[in-house]
Design a protein around this ligand. Structure first.
Ligand code: FCB
Length: 391
């Protein structure tokens, strides 16, 4: 068997998101939730990795390893701290990060909204609010001086997961066990797809390539679960893929598989769950999810905008990523037009409700000093990038 190779010009990179690495994002909905009296968050985000100040060091690590792309997100609550009040200084900060990527030979992949929203927006309807479309369009327009020079612009991060979040919240309130990502709330899904459309109207023609990112999963049916699997896949994936059809590209973020029987989602067997995150360890889900997207949307350029594993065992991170990339190479061979692979994540960072315990990083971060220590997996991925394939 020949080792997996990737197409010429394939991008190799690492991904982050503002709230998970910058620190001090005191003006968004998550900070508020992290500090609410009955907060479901394990701990607050606090200073995160202090990447707001240490981004040059982060970019040096990415470029130094031999990677060629970096994904980061804009923090809306910094750029528009109050409704209609924009911070030129915050936008300039992101412009410096973007230029910092280019100076180091990294293709910048920029996400407009990675889960967080300013507090003022939350108070006025949040993602489903009547005026949110106009406001997102105005934010995108204001950010164009940064977005215009990105290689790829992602509008919303994982609207299919965002639409499942309220369902999970309600389940948690009722004390129900959450076994995986449930079917999205249809009203929220439609609202988010509408928001994506509003952002695309601003971006189309003004940036190099724009699209959304989705959670991609391998959908598996246990005996008797075929029909249920198809139904769930239609709600979680197909309706989003249809909207992406006319975009410039689609970002896929793949971590695991979802199994269904006649009764719905089935939790993975305990021995298949990864220790740190409880998801099924299923590296080949990457190739399966990419191949399915390519089958539904033939010819649409795809970018793997996230893939990775929360583990304290870095050898296992390498083994997992090697298997995931092998499956990705298979999807490419099968005809999928994949333009790059961005590993989640560059740093051990704030993993939302789970706090700092799950470690997805290629680089460890000392929680007290913020000192960065590259793990062998960073060196390994850099070698894959230089070779443009697996050894
Ligand atoms: C994805 C998110 C990302 C990160 C990974 C583990 O759903 O986009 O921010 O938390 O999961």
């Amino acid at each position: 068997m020949t080792a997996a190779q990737f197409p010429e010009g394939f991008l190799w990179g690492a991904a982050t998101a503002a709230h998970q690495v910058e620190g001090g994002n005191v003006n968004n909905d998550h900070w508020e939730a992290e500090h609410s009296p009955h907060s479901p968050f394990a701990e607050p985000s606090g200073d995160a990795c202090d990447s707001w100040h240490r981004w040059p060091e982060d970019l040096d690590l990415v470029a130094g390893a031999g990677l060629t792309a970096y994904r980061f997100s804009l923090e809306w609550s910094r750029i528009e701290p109050e409704e209609g009040e924009f911070s030129r200084a915050a936008l300039d900060h992101y412009r410096r990060v973007l230029d910092g990527c280019r100076d180091r030979g990294l293709a910048p992949v920029v996400t407009l909204v990675h889960f967080t929203q300013p507090r003022w927006l939350l108070r006025d309807g949040g993602w489903t609010g009547q005026k949110t479309g106009d406001r997102l369009a105005r934010f995108a327009e204001y950010a164009l001086p940064v977005l215009a020079d990105a290689e790829y612009v992602c509008t919303l991060n994982e609207p299919n997961l965002m639409a499942a979040q309220p369902v999970m919240g309600a389940m948690a309130m009722r004390g129900e066990e959450i076994r995986g990502l449930p079917r999205p709330d249809q009203g929220v899904a439609e609202a988010l797809l509408g928001l994506h459309g509003r952002a695309m109207d601003v971006l189309r023609g003004n940036v190099r390539a724009a699209g959304m990112t989705l959670v991609g999963r391998e959908h598996l049916a246990e005996p008797g679960g075929e029909e249920r699997m198809r139904e769930e896949r239609a709600a979680f994936e197909d309706q989003f893929l249809e909207v992406a059809r006319d975009d410039d590209f689609l970002g896929l973020q793949v971590y695991t598989a979802a199994r269904f029987d006649g009764g719905g989602l089935v939790a993975p067997a305990p021995e298949l769950q990864t220790l740190a995150h409880g998801m099924e360890r299923r590296p080949q889900a990457l190739g399966a999810a990419v191949a399915r997207a390519a089958e539904v949307l033939p010819g649409l350029p795809l970018l793997v905008t996230e893939n990775g594993i929360a583990t304290a065992d870095d050898d296992d991170r390498i083994a997992f990523t090697r298997d995931a990339l092998t499956s990705l190479a298979g999807a490419v061979e099968g005809g999928a037009d994949v333009r790059g692979y961005l590993h989640w994540s560059l740093l051990d960072n704030f993993e939302w409700m789970l706090g700092y315990r799950p470690t997805f990083g290629l680089v460890a971060v000392d929680r007290r000093t913020f000192a960065r220590t590259p793990k062998p997996s960073l060196i390994w991925l850099g070698e894959v990038a230089r070779r443009n394939g697996l050894a």
